[in-house]
Design a protein around this ligand. Structure first.
Ligand code: AN7
Length: 342
């Protein structure tokens, strides 16, 4: 039997702020598939690869950062971790704190997180607080709270999150047959694009970084915070990203850009990936592919990686809303023939 691939701290220890013998809280995150998307490549007119971050243990890229943030919290002797979240950070923080034996509290915008993420946070035993406000307000409050109480804040304002998430860039460099020209990635709080850029830099690569925001939540595109962000892609319903400057620096200094995609464009890409590539991602993730299809590749960009940040099962409500209906059938051969074949 092949040995299981270890988690990212063990795998990349010499490039992460952990020493041998430090406590490691891991679910064997990372080592996610990078697949060639042939139909998407045909449609986009260049070679497109998909990094399937939904294949992480809790179904999103957050696990790469969370193994580092929670391991560091244990090393520091923290007893509890806290975060504000549009859903995936909450699910991941809840899982890793359960594994570490720490208390976890997650603050989410009331009624605005996908069903699967809520189920995860609750199942892992976190205290789930539904804030009558949006993500930006939640983040402001938890930052304040963390200065007053001995709790470890595990949002991407925590540098350990960036360190962990940069390992996805290392993996892409290892997995691709030759160099990539550009990366397409959804942008919410702007931690992940910051992390990829750091990872590529450390690996000696400079792909163009294209960040895509939902049109109703596109502060980086407008150059100013959005007070009431709205989008079907609830994961990136964020109006004032914490890593604003770093994300802008990644995009401008790499020769990339930040652009907006509408909810309609996001949902088009979401359905296309599921129906034509067999890849079910959540709506926010599809923003990377929507951006590529709508805004097109830049000159001299022949090979791109689109990051699919979270699994489609996270948000079954949007899926059922977007998909075709089931076919009801009586338990008789003639009826089943009609139902299947017509
Ligand atoms: C699927 O969980 O902000 O730009 O609180 O869940 O690093 O914020 C989630 C963000 C993209 C954007 N795709 O990444 C949270 C949260 C998915 C996400 C993003 C998120 P960042």
């Amino acid at each position: 039997m092949l040995p299981a691939m270890p988690g990212i701290i063990e795998r990349y220890q010499e490039r992460l702020p952990f020493a041998p013998g430090d406590p490691v809280v891991s679910l064997n995150e990372g080592s996610t598939p990078l697949i060639l998307a042939e139909r998407l490549s045909e449609r986009a007119g260049l070679e497109v690869w998909l990094k399937l971050e939904g294949a992480n243990p809790t179904g999103s890229f957050k696990d790469r950062g969370m193994t580092c943030a929670v391991s560091a919290a244990v090393r520091e002797g923290a007893e509890a971790v806290i975060c504000a979240s549009t859903g995936n950070t909450a699910a991941s923080a809840a899982a890793y704190s359960a594994r570490a034996g720490l208390r976890g509290a997650v603050i989410v915008p009331e009624g605005k997180i996908a069903t699967g993420k809520l189920a995860q946070a609750l199942m892992h035993g976190a205290r789930v607080v539904a804030l009558r406000g949006n993500f930006d307000e939640a983040l402001k409050l938890v930052r304040e709270l963390a200065t007053r109480h001995p709790v470890s804040l595990v949002n991407s304002v925590n540098d350990f999150r960036i360190e962990g998430q940069k390992t996805a860039a290392f993996e892409i460099v290892e997995q691709l047959p030759s160099e990539l020209d550009a990366l397409c990635i959804p942008v919410g709080n702007a931690g992940n694009i910051t992390a990829y850029w750091k990872g590529f830099n450390e690996a000696g690569l400079k792909p163009r970084m294209y960040g895509f925001q939902a049109a109703g939540a596109a502060p980086l595109v407008h150059g100013k915070p959005v007070e009431h962000p709205e989008t079907v892609a609830s994961a990136i319903r964020i109006g004032n990203p914490a890593r604003w400057e770093e994300a802008m620096n990644a995009m401008t200094s790499s020769g990339g850009a930040v652009k907006a995609v509408t909810d309609g464009e996001i949902l088009m890409a979401y359905r296309f990936l599921a129906a034509n590539e067999g890849v079910f991602c959540e709506p926010a993730s599809a923003a990377s592919v929507a951006g590529l299809l709508v805004h097109g590749p830049a000159e001299n960009v022949n090979r791109v990686v689109c990051v699919l940040t979270g699994h489609g099962l996270k948000d079954p409500d949007t899926a059922l809303d977007q998909a075709g209906a089931v076919v009801a059938c009586d338990p008789e051969l003639s009826a089943i023939e009609r139902a299947v074949l017509e």
